[in-house]
Design a protein around this ligand. Structure first.
Ligand code: NAI
Length: 274
């Protein structure tokens, strides 16, 4: 259902790779709500995914950018304003990648070149994006900038590996830059901490199937889906949430405040008996 919540609003959406991507679902919902945007992803992802289908469906243009490259980001922001005909109202950073996770390196056996690459892609890219937007004065007042996080930033999930540290870094950047964006430009900056979601990035985490089933049984409302996340993002891009900023907002069916649930306890006891 559409409420026209984003009518007349313009922005940039990073990270739509395929139909499962949270950014993909968000792009479809933003389009439905009347928003216009430019899609962007790393040049290599253009060849792997099918972002062109999404661009056609939503009447948007694609501007490739490696989110670790300041030059690419500067070009992206300039081009987006040119194409959309003015300053921006929303930006979604939906990017994450750990080389240590990809290569199967245990947390206690890290390759630090990979660690550096991982935090650059997953966290510092958010700072670089905001710095480019800030310097170019590219955001309209009461605009909204969002990134996506995971609860491993606060609590231990051993198989999440160095992505846990990357998410802690990302959330901190949201608060720190959010202060300046709020003070100087009246723009809000938040992160959504999302339930485990079956996407390319999600499924890269070791033991993901167990992970997602456990979270689902722990959460009184069950796991939030990618579409639930897209809908939450719409509210945070809309004028209904103008003074929500510097927050890490849990979209997780209640998981983050649970100790244990009846189902998880029963499964545990059953496992012990067998
Ligand atoms: P996805 O794999 O569909 O999206 C990740 C995107 O990051 C891809 O489009 C990829 O091309 C892009 N990317 C990687 N390196 C890049 C670079 N150098 N420059 C530009 N883009 C680059 O997976 P998903 O799950 O939609 O991920 C979106 C965000 O949601 C990520 O920040 C992820 O950590 C976060 N998240 C995902 C959860 C899950 O279980 N899937 C749970 C909580 C947060």
């Amino acid at each position: 259902m559409s409420y026209n919540l984003l009518k007349g609003k313009k922005g940039i959406i990073f990270g739509a790779l395929d139909e499962n991507s949270i950014a993909w679902k968000t792009a479809l919902r933003v389009h439905e709500e009347g928003g216009q945007f430019v899609l962007t992803n790393a040049p290599i992802a253009m060849r792997m995914g099918n972002i062109k289908d999404l661009a056609e469906k939503t009447g948007s243009e694609i501007i490739p950018a490696d989110a670790t490259s300041v030059d690419d980001l500067d070009n992206l922001v300039d081009k987006a304003m040119e194409i959309l005909g003015g300053k921006l109202d929303f930006v979604l950073h939906s990017i994450g990648m750990s080389v240590n996770v990809r290569k199967g390196n245990h947390y206690t056996e890290m390759n630090y070149d990979y660690t550096t690459k991982g935090w650059d892609v997953s966290a510092v890219s958010f700072h670089k994006t905001m710095q480019s937007l800030y310097k170019k004065d590219a955001m309209n007042e009461w605009g909204s900038i969002m990134a996506l996080s995971y609860i491993a930033a606060q609590k231990v999930f051993p198989d999440y590996n160095d992505m846990a540290d990357n998410k802690a870094y990302l959330e901190s950047i949201a608060r720190s830059f959010g202060y300046f964006f709020g003070k100087e430009k009246k723009v809000r900056v938040n992160t959504i901490s999302q339930s485990p979601t079956p996407t390319t990035a999600g499924q890269g985490v070791k033991g993901f199937d167990g992970f997602i089933a456990y979270a689902d049984e722990m959460s009184p409302l069950g796991n939030a889906t990618g579409m639930d996340c897209a809908n939450y993002i719409i509210t945070l891009f809309s004028d209904l949430t103008k003074r929500v900023t510097l927050q890490n907002l849990f979209n997780d069916g209640g998981f983050s405040n649970m100790g244990v649930s009846q189902q998880v306890m029963e499964a545990f006891v059953k496992g012990k008996e067998n």
